[in-house]
Write a protein of this length. Structure first.
Length: 51
C-alpha cells in the first residue's frame, strides 16, 4: 500500500513521500513563491468583504 503520491501544491511535481514533497518545496520553490500561493489560496477561500 505505498501507491500514495504526494503532489506539489505549486507545480506538477509529485513525490512518493511527504518528506519528498517537502524537500522539493525547499529546493525548487522560493519562499516568495510559496508565500504568494499561500496567500492567494487563503484569500480565495475566505471572503472578508461579503456583498
Ligand atoms: Zn513544485
Amino acid at each position: 500500500m505505498t501507491d500514495t503520491i504526494h503532489p506539489c501544491p505549486l507545480c506538477a511535481y509529485a513525490a512518493s513521500t511527504r518528506d519528498g514533497v517537502y524537500a522539493h518545496l525547499l529546493t525548487s520553490h522560493r519562499k516568495s513563491e510559496i508565500s504568494t500561493v499561500l496567500l492567494e489560496t487563503r484569500t480565495s477561500v475566505v471572503e472578508p468583504n461579503p456583498p
